[in-house]
Design a protein around this ligand. Sequence first.
Ligand SMILES: C=C1C[C@]23C[C@@]1(O)CC[C@H]2[C@@]12CC[C@H](O)[C@@](C)(C(=O)O1)[C@H]2[C@@H]3C(=O)O
Ligand SMILES: O=C(O)CCC(=O)C(=O)O
Ligand SMILES: [Fe+2]
Length: 340
Amino acid sequence: MVVLSSATSMRTKKTKAVGIPVVDLSLDRSTVSELIVKACEDYGFFKVINHGVPSGTISRLEDAGVRFFDKEAGDKQRAGPATPFGYGLKNIGLNGDKGELEYLLFHTNPFSIAERSKSISNNPQNFSCAANDYVESVRELASEILELMAEGLWFPDKYVFSRLITDTQSDSVLRFNHYPTVKNREPCSYKDDDHRIGFGEHSDPQILTILRSNDVAGLEICLHDGFWVPVPPDPTQFYVIIGDALQVLTNGRFTSVRHRALANSSSRNSRMSIMYFAAPPVNATIGPLHELVSPENPSLYKPFTWGDYKKAAYSLRLGDCRLDLFKLHPTNDQKFPLFS
Ligand SMILES: C=C1C[C@]23C[C@@]1(O)CC[C@H]2[C@@]12CC[C@H](O)[C@@](C)(C(=O)O1)[C@H]2[C@@H]3C(=O)O
Ligand SMILES: O=C(O)CCC(=O)C(=O)O
Ligand SMILES: [Fe+2]
């Protein structure tokens, strides 16, 4: 099954119809694992339905997010500035990236969530309960998807990816993005020719991202041929985004999809998205798995720890191609020198 959408080329501004893959997790296991592998190879992105995350778990966290962003500016600032965790307004990361949004970023460790909740909610226990329940459910969903991927790739160890994110030391993070509504003639400095940039073009550094939004559009993914495809919002389902670390683990067989969020919305409502970024522990080694390396497919990346990768990511701008730093066979058009 696919969701039909119309893609636009950045260069020629031409459009074409594209089907974003939809994976029904209630189908038989071997069909699901095949569909997932195909979607990861073709798009690095897909939608999952029949995902098993209880609707109450989703709505409790959604309501908590709405209550926070509805607060007065001064109250929200008490949870900021984001360094990188906390409340951020218009600044993304620490290197000058800007966007038409406000956000909350958390480490998913329950102690960090409990601590942050104090400056976020008048009822911190309620907030941390909602966040912990959500994290637990989407972590389960993410591990199930990673196990299906390993099965689809015929790996003897189906936990080879999932154990990285279920480890108690996992460095996974949770993010809420809120893109305010835009009145037509309102000036905006974060703009290219056609778009107000909510969250600029980038790939996610982690293993994979589980994204959910309310019913306001904005997310777009970039296809291998450079066409941008709008992703129809669906509050009851999740989108899965392949991250850089999974691109390396699969030796480039899966690619981390570049994506962005536009704040052009003509909708009367503002977009709110919630992302779970599934990451390994800081000291875990990330490198191409030997099953995917052969004389015909030599290793494309040198191994690194997740800590090294995060350090590189945080020293660069949002849109930079961080993986180039770890390539074993750099091409001439490469933007950065190799780390020594
Ligand atoms: C500009 C930046 C923000 C970011 C860290 C970085 O230096 C480059 C990667 C960015 C990103 C994108 C995906 C996630 O939203 C995020 C939390 C992540 O892990 O990498 C953000 C970082 C951030 O906002 O701190
Ligand atoms: O808000 C969205 O829809 C996407 C945001 C995103 O890509 C991110 O936070 O990494
Ligand atoms: Fe992202």
